[in-house]
Design a protein around this ligand. Structure first.
Ligand code: URP
Ligand code: ZN
Ligand code: ZN
Ligand code: ZN
Length: 467
């Protein structure tokens, strides 16, 4: 059994930062010692001047997601390797039940894609492509036996993943009974479809119209409707995914002020990028930033409100919603019709860095950075304390982060399977130095040392984040 000591670093957790040495025994953390008090061991890793944080947990990824006639371009191999290099040591990907498919078949297919290919540990949520007697029964089985305790429903995408309000209510009632979390894509899909048709009839075909036909009111309305449906379902726990807009955040705030088990995540793209500057880029360029919910206007207060929501815990988690498509042949499916552009942005490699920039910019504290990218996603989705914390008994998933380092993001150097980057040319004050996954050093000083197949499926328990 290999013993390692991470020495001289500042260990950052959700409750603050301490100078401590971290002893690792095999795959787990054995102890934390005050500086100089640890036993002598053969293998030490010098973390002087660096931050020692729990391996980050990305609770929202879509490797190989089928969408708009194509598939997200990262496989579990390429996507989890990129995640690892960027300091993420666990992903929770969305297994998909296609409409008309049996849930267990969709889940088995997802295990088939991931098994033997992952560089880091992985877990699954389940996308429900339909709510009926059979799938409601399957929810119980997934929670009890398959380690899947969260289910994503869609108020958007009629004809694809969409569930109507009656279906949503039934799934929420079931989740209320079996302890699961309902995750909601909260946008009013039927209303958006009307706006999309009208825009196309007017000849408005450029990527920016993807955003203009998904106004924040339709995100806020769906968010509010989901919250009240969850109330009717005896306060079923509800988690709003990829929240992008101030008015939607207001709905979550109101619910949380009432003490409800309502939570939300946002994503780096909504904290930094905008409708005008990215989605509105000249020609077809904006297709790179077509995602749903869409990027919001820089002339409104969305970005400032989202950063504030992260500080006040009205937004509890930052995930990527990693759903990459290449520009060539994939995003290009929507040339001449924005509604045919596959939806998604790829950022799984960059979330730790992008949020650290929020610390440098004075928008987040160090401990809040760790909480939103690692500890809370682990707690929210039943992975804690195995993941998300540096504590005795936890998996030795550790990132040594160099605050004096610098990261430059480019498609030339990233590891995601994408021919462009949504963050091309971005420079971050900070750098992932070393990454350990269950005690194994898988990245160090820019060199990748891991391998496909070492990542294990993690069965999740119920959320421990509920009020
Ligand atoms: O644009 C996005 N978000 N693509 C992935 C699918 C989803 O709705 O999360
Ligand atoms: Zn089973
Ligand atoms: Zn979604
Ligand atoms: Zn998503």
């Amino acid at each position: 059994m290999s013993i390692k000591l991470i020495k001289g670093g500042t260990v950052v957790g959700p409750t603050g930062a301490i100078l401590a040495d971290v002893l690792i025994d095999g795959e787990t953390i054995a102890a934390l010692y005050a500086p100089g008090r640890a036993p002598e061991v053969e293998e030490t890793i010098d973390a002087s001047g660096k931050l020692v944080i729990p391996g980050a947990v990305d609770a929202h990824t879509h490797m190989e997601l089928p969408f708009g006639g194509t598939h997200a371009s990262d496989t579990f191999d390429t996507g989890t390797k990129a995640a690892a290099i960027g300091g993420t040591t666990t992903i929770i990907d969305f297994a998909v039940q296609r409409t008309g498919e049996v849930i267990q078949d969709g889940l088995a297919a997802w295990h088939g894609k991931a098994e033997g290919n992952c560089h880091i540990d992985y877990a699954f949520h389940m996308i429900m492509g339909g709510v009926d007697d059979e799938s409601l029964k399957a929810m119980d089985h997934l929670v009890a036996s398959e380690g899947i305790s969260s289910f994503k429903l869609f108020m958007a995408y009629p004809g694809v993943f969409y569930s109507d309000d009656g279906q949503i209510l039934r799934a929420m009632q079931k989740a209320r009974d079996n302890g699961a979390m309902i995750m909601m894509h909260a946008e009013n899909g039927p209303a958006i479809d009307v706006l999309v048709r009208q825009a196309l009839e007017r000849g408005e075909t450029d990527p920016i119209h993807h955003g203009l036909t998904r106004p924040q009111e339709l995100e806020a309305e769906a968010t509010s409707r989901a919250i009240w449906l969850a109330s009717v379902a005896a306060d079923c726990p509800l988690y709003i995914v990829h929240l992008s807009a101030s008015k939607a955040l207001d709905q979550v705030k109101n619910a949380r002020d009432l003490g409800k088990n309502v939570f939300a995540e946002t994503c780096p793209q909504y904290l930094y990028l905008t409708l005008e500057d990215q989605l509105g880029a000249p020609g077809f360029e904006g297709a790179k930033w077509v995602c749903s919910t869409p990027l919001r206007s820089k002339h409104e207060t969305h970005r400032a409100d989202l950063w504030q929501g992260l500080r006040t815990n009205d937004l509890s988690v930052v995930s990527t919603d990693h759903c990459p498509f290449c520009f060539k042949d994939q995003k290009e499916l929507g040339l001449g019709d924005f509604s045919k552009i596959p939806n998604g942005i790829g950022s799984v490699e960059h979330r730790v860095d992008l949020l650290y920039q929020g610390v440098v910019d004075g928008k987040l504290s160090l401990s809040r950075w760790v909480e939103t990218i690692a500890t809370t996603p682990a707690r929210m989705f039943g992975l804690f304390p195995k993941k998300g914390i540096i504590a005795p008994g936890s998996d030795a998933d550790v990132v040594i982060y160099d605050p004096a380092g610098r990261t430059r993001i480019s498609a030339e150097t990233h590891h995601m399977n994408m021919d462009h980057s949504a963050w091309e040319g971005w420079e971050i004050d900070g750098r992932v130095d070393t990454v350990l996954s269950r005690g194994e050093v898988i990245a160090s000083g820019g060199e990748y040392l891991g391998r496909a197949g070492r990542g294990q499926y993690v069965k999740r328990g119920l959320s421990d984040y509920l009020i």
